[in-house]
Design a protein around this ligand. Structure first.
Ligand SMILES: *Cc1c(COP(=O)(O)O)cnc(C)c1O
Length: 398
């Protein structure tokens, strides 16, 4: 096999799923019963290599584990179905997915226009890894229409990178409006859909070219597997990224792919509870005297509420709050009991994070710095009364 003629692995036949609803596709896409045993749950394929029927006689395109693996194929089929894309690719982490995409689309001298509170690791990847290879970066507030117009008019970027809701300030960008403008300027539109998940928001249907995920978060959903994904509206671009996946090798391992597939089967149910709990927590905090500000797109006081209500079917489980000063924010983050003090988000269990010194420490002092009185909550799917009691106790102790 040469570098350029890498065969496409067979995708399981999911034609019978056409027209099924999200919840059904999440459970069945890519999950064809094992043809030999009838096993309802397809087995995890650990084999790194595949017997050939004569030289080059591949069965269903499988040859070597980096190039293709049936468990990864099953996950990629499921991801494409739930995001409404033509093709998906699964990676070892969200950042490995981002790296493969950016290598596939950028050349030295190209520019990425980045929202001003995207995930800090995305900023670091473009600034410190791709920057030395000649990739340029411009940062703009994507919820500010005039700033976006000016940025696109000044010099068309190769890529417009959108994260909505954003991390940790839950800013909302209008995906359809941004996609229309960016496409008119000739730019590619990438949406990091990690916070909403496809259960609540499907960017390809709103005009995005590529969706990025850290499947570590809501898709895996149980804080037990690191992974990432790309979903493409267009097959030709998917093939360029697939070449990067194959040639660089940041693929997901079989067990990681299988755990992610299992997580996705309950995504719709989990996101309903995350959203209900998130809304209740946000409303509770908004009423509380000790809280200076609450960031949650489900609150009518949120500046992006209308856009979020139009492009999302729920507001998700991430709620941030400002406590007026850094000392109070730190004390609060260290005194909850049900909410564990930890990085990451999107699992069934509730977590509390102090971005300035934890998740966003790498963007301190940059345009992406987070105010030092902000605390981010990843609201889990526990009983709401236990969550509110815990938050109330931590606020009372301030
Ligand atoms: C966590 C995260 C990433 C990075 O994903 P990893 O799986 O940690 O590599 C990217 N974007 C967002 C919004 C994230 O929360």
């Amino acid at each position: 096999m040469t570098d350029t003629d890498r065969p496409d692995t067979d995708r399981p036949d999911t034609a019978h799923l056409d027209g099924t609803r999200f919840d059904t596709a999440a459970i069945h896409a890519g999950q064809d019963h094992d043809p030999v045993t009838g096993a309802v749950i397809p087995p995890v394929h650990f084999s790194t290599t595949y017997a050939q029927d004569g030289i080059g006689g591949l069965r269903h395109g499988y040859e070597y584990g980096r190039a293709g693996n049936p468990t990864r194929t099953a996950l990629e089929t499921q991801l494409a179905a739930i995001e409404g894309g033509a093709r998906a690719l699964s990676f070892a982490s969200g950042l490995a997915a981002e790296d493969a995409l950016l290598r596939a689309v950028l050349e030295p001298g190209d520019e990425v226009l980045l929202g001003n509170d995207v995930y800090g690791g995305t900023y670091r990847l473009i600034d410190r890894v791709l920057g030395p290879w000649g990739v340029r970066l411009r940062v703009v507030d994507l919820s500010d229409t005039e700033a976006v117009d000016a940025a696109l008019a000044a010099r068309a970027p190769k890529v417009v990178w959108v994260e909505t809701p954003s991390n940790p300030l839950l800013r909302i960008a209008d995906i359809r409006a941004l996609a229309d403008k960016a496409h008119a300027a000739g730019s590619l539109v990438v949406v990091d859909n990690t916070f909403a998940s496809p259960a609540l928001q499907r960017p390809i249907g709103l005009g995005a070219d590529v969706v990025v995920h850290s499947t570590t978060k809501y898709l895996g959903g149980h804080s037990d597997v690191v992974g990432g994904a790309l979903v493409f509206a267009d097959r030709a671009l998917a093939e360029k990224a697939q070449f990067q996946q194959f040639a660089v090798g940041g693929v997901s391992g079989p067990l990681d792919a299988w755990l992610t597939t299992r997580g996705i089967k309950t995504l719709a149910l989990r996101m309903e509870r995350h959203s209900a709990n998130g809304q209740a927590v946000a409303e509770f905090l908004e009423r509380h005297d000790r809280v200076a500000r609450v960031y949650y797109p489900g609150l009518s006081s949120h500046p992006g509420h209308e856009v979020a209500a139009a492009q999302m079917s729920g507001f998700g489980g991430i709620v941030s709050l400002a406590l007026g000063d850094a000392a109070a924010a730190r004390r609060f983050a260290e005194s909850t009991r049900v909410f564990a003090l930890a990085e990451s988000l999107g699992g069934v269990e509730s977590l509390v994070n102090y971005p300035d010194a934890m998740t966003h420490a790498s963007v301190r002092g940059t345009e992406l710095a987070v105010p030092d009185d902000v605390v981010r909550l990843s609201v889990g799917i526990e009983h709401i009364d236990d969550l509110l009691q815990d938050l109330d106790g931590a606020l009372a102790a301030l």
